[in-house]
Design a protein around this ligand. Structure first.
Ligand code: ASP
Length: 447
């Protein structure tokens, strides 16, 4: 007998910002019986310049916990939030009264119960509304998404409890973004974390697909703020996605692939405002040939570099470790580490580094007695990512000739050992032009 298809559907904040958006979501869910588990975000922006409910909650909590507490200001900020939900409930003509919930939330804010609790209430309330609207069961994420006290997800326990629960419930709404520790204290993921909840739920119910509904038609080959009308990506592998999102492509939370990476469950990113579009499939592997040699281009600006020079450094055992320890002691995470025979360079976020640069330089002198330590900032890193690169001759030649033709000086080159990406460093002010030149070369031209 053929097994029944199960889909987990996660909707982002802009898909749930108003009653009208809820209606679109409702018809998407009702359109397929397989869409059995729903993970909502909190209401997002309804229009440009609007504020997300999660941000309103953070603001209200800071008003509640400030030394000079102002009751009127607190009341006003809570009412602004509750009105967002009331507007959705009345727009959908639901017979749902959340006043007891609102009262409890207010009391808990004044008890200073925690910032994570405050932030999570947007998803919680939206979940209650969604469950009522769809006539699905509501499962509080605090009961099934479990965290260690340290704030790290307890993935084993979560998977055990959640999968048992989902076996009992055919159709349910599980709010995104939060869970709880063993004492019931609410803990959230980092911002945008409902994507992670969707992934955890998909793993627990062994979904056939994890549909992540947002407000764009999936992933694009390059950032549309830089490249005019970039082409969509039909299929991308988890690993390619990791490279691109680490480098700044922001459609999905960068940690959202981890729970399902070993499960082989595809993620399908789709647009609530354009449900006919098939969106992007994120998969473990595919025989689908990418349309272009590259899958995507992404990058980040404001990178600093620290170059350490010392003759014969390659004979000194432990040299790299000692240098890296200096960064570790200063709590700095590093991005890349290209090296030469007598030099090594550490690339890292310029803003974080600026605060600690002199301590780091002194630390390096003490640790390895270098001949020279040179600092630079204003660098940008661009990753050209593609599973097709391994088999294709001349990809790096094309990258460098495209950049040379655009009069862009390449400051650094690093090819990841996976042969999945080539990273180039350019000046900050060349960043956008470099991305446009690379896009043109791989997508618009056939040579
Ligand atoms: N509402 C949360 C945020 O704005 C989480 C999410 O939307 O995924 O970050």
């Amino acid at each position: 007998m053929e097994q029944e298809v199960v889909k987990v559907v996660k909707f982002g904040g802009s898909s749930l910002a108003s009653a009208k958006q809820f209606e679109k979501v409702g018809s998407i869910i009702r359109g397929e019986e397989a869409r059995r588990y729903v993970v909502p975000s909190a209401p997002g922006k309804r229009f440009d310049g609007d504020t997300k409910v999660t941000d309103l909650l953070f603001k209200a909590y800071s008003i509640a916990t400030r030394d000079e507490y102002d009751e009127d200001e607190f009341e006003a900020s809570m009412n602004e939030i509750f009105n967002r939900f009331k507007e959705i409930i009345s727009g959908l003509k639901l017979d749902l009264d959340l006043s007891d919930e609102f009262k409890e939330i207010k009391t808990n804010f004044l008890k200073k119960i925690g910032r994570d609790y405050a932030a999570s209430r947007g998803e919680y309330l939206n979940g209650l509304i969604m469950a009522k609207y769809l006539d699905y069961e509501f499962i509080d994420a605090a009961d099934v998404i479990l965290f260690h006290r340290s704030g790290r997800l307890n993935d084993k326990k979560t998977n055990k409890i959640l999968s048992t629960k989902l076996k009992e419930v055919r159709k349910a709404v599980i709010p995104g973004f939060y869970g709880a520790d063993k004492n019931g204290k609410i803990i959230t993921f980092s911002r945008g974390g409902s994507d992670i909840t969707g992934s955890i739920v998909s793993k627990a119910c062994r979904a056939d697909v994890y549909e992540n509904w947002t407000d764009v038609n999936g992933f694009l080959v390059a950032d549309p703020r830089i490249v005019n009308d970039p082409k969509p990506i039909d299929a991308i592998t988890y690993r390619e996605l990791r490279e691109l999102s680490y480098m700044g492509a922001t459609v999905l939370h960068e940690a959202s692939v981890f729970p399902i990476m070993k499960e082989g469950i595809p993620i399908n990113v789709r647009n609530t405002n354009n449900p006919q579009d098939e969106g992007t499939f994120i998969v473990e592997g595919t025989t689908r040939k990418p349309k272009y040699t590259i899958t995507g281009i992404a990058g980040k600006k404001d990178i600093a570099s620290v170059t350490i020079e010392k003759s014969m450094m390659n004979y000194e055992i432990g040299f790299c470790r000692k240098v890296l320890e200096v960064f570790e002691e200063n709590n700095l995470s590093i991005e890349h580490m290209p090296s030469g025979i007598d030099t090594m360079t550490i690339l890292l976020n310029a803003e974080n580094f600026a605060k600690k640069e002199q301590k780091v330089v002194a630390g390096i002198h003490r640790a390895v007695e270098p001949d020279l330590v040179e600092l630079e900032s204003d660098l940008a890193l661009i990753a050209v990512v593609g599973r097709g690169m391994k088999q294709t001759r001349g990809t790096s030649a094309r990258i460098f000739s495209a950049l040379a033709h655009a009069h862009i000086n390449v400051r650094m080159i690093d090819q990841g050992s996976s042969e999945l990406n080539i990273i180039v460093g350019v000046r900050n002010h060349d960043f956008e032009n470099a991305i446009r030149a690379l896009y043109d070369c791989f997508v618009n031209s056939t040579i």
